[in-house]
Ligand binder design. Structure first.
Ligand code: AMP
Length: 175
């Protein structure tokens, strides 16, 4: 398990009761970093992806080298008021309150085949907001790809119930 074994767990961060899955230990390791990018790239070679969309901030770290390897462009989805040009936005629920994700209006062309990338799926709220943004612009999300799935939290099931395909390199279940 070159990937899962290199992910560090920090109990009770940033809140009591949260098991934070820290990918910095995976990224700093040359074997771990290479395995992560190669495993994702291998899955989508030949899939006729037009763009990789990464979610701020750890989705940028994973998504950009995947886009580079696939020979396609990378598009950032960012938290509100971070992107300089005209944006479309979607609000989504957090544990406490809500937040907003935004994308540049000219980032996705109608009919673009998009791979969505983030480090981790928990409730799926963040990924679903990004999927909705891409679809608002006429893009087609081929799959939502994560390094880590927390199946106990239900995000994968939620995305699948919304018609999305989900892939993750590893899972932390019941841990
Ligand atoms: P969610 O919208 O609940 O699926 O949360 C996903 C986002 O929150 C991702 O961008 C993750 O980086 C972050 N996140 C949520 N839970 C964790 C966790 N246990 N460990 C690390 N990151 C997390």
């Amino acid at each position: 398990m070159p990937i899962k074994s290199r992910i560090r767990t920090i109990p009770h961060y940033p809140h009591e009761g949260i098991m934070f899955r820290d990918i910095t230990t995976l990224l700093k390791d040359p074997v771990g970093l290479r395995a992560t990018i190669q495993e994702i790239t291998k899955r989508y070679e030949g899939a006729k992806i037009d763009k990789v969309v990464g979610i701020e901030a750890r989705g940028f770290i994973v998504g950009t080298p995947v886009a580079y390897e696939l020979g396609v462009g990378f598009v950032p989805v960012r938290k509100k008021n971070k992107l300089p040009a005209e944006t479309a936005g979607r609000d989504y629920q957090l544990e406490y309150g809500s937040d907003r994700l935004e994308i540049h209006l000219d980032a996705i062309q109608p009919g673009d085949r998009v791979l969505l990338v983030d480090d981790l799926i928990a409730t799926g709220g963040t990924a679903l907001a990004a999927v909705n943004l891409i679809q608002d612009m006429g893009g087609e999300v081929l799959e939502c790809c994560f390094v880590i799935d927390l199946p106990d939290v239900g995000g994968r099931a939620r995305l699948e119930a919304n018609g999305q395909k989900v892939f993750a390199l590893c899972e932390f279940a019941g841990e």
